[in-house]
Design a protein around this ligand. Sequence first.
Ligand code: ZN
Length: 151
Amino acid sequence: MKYDDVPETIAQLYEDLKKKHFPYLANAKILFLANKKKMVKKGRIVLGKCVKPSDLLRYLSRHEAPDEGYDFIILLDNKLMQHCEESDIERVLRHELRHIFFDSDSKNPYSLIDHDFTDFMDEVELNKDDPNWANRVARTVSLIYEQEKDQ
Ligand SMILES: [Zn+2]
């Protein structure tokens, strides 16, 4: 299987982040999944991905996430979760959560937004202790995939 459950620590991390940075996600239903295959976009490894599920997928998840199914699915690289520091997992998770835009006036209040640059402005500020973190973590995770290939 390409996907797996995320470790329980992710749910706790999400709760903490929600309280601190994303109060508007209080009613959002998000499924977190571990992605066991390397995700690549434009030649670069992707550590996390926020996806809006199709209507069909929402319908199929209606019992698990009543009544409308999941609003979003966030895929996190499995090796990131297994081998990296919690602080780095937090950076990735925070980044993915920023992709969710909340409009309280809309009937469908959640949508996906993108960033022009490689990150969101709020995140640049929060990551200023380690502005190069994304490259650093991408390199680490890529190396783990490489080593596995050699075995
Ligand atoms: Zn992004």
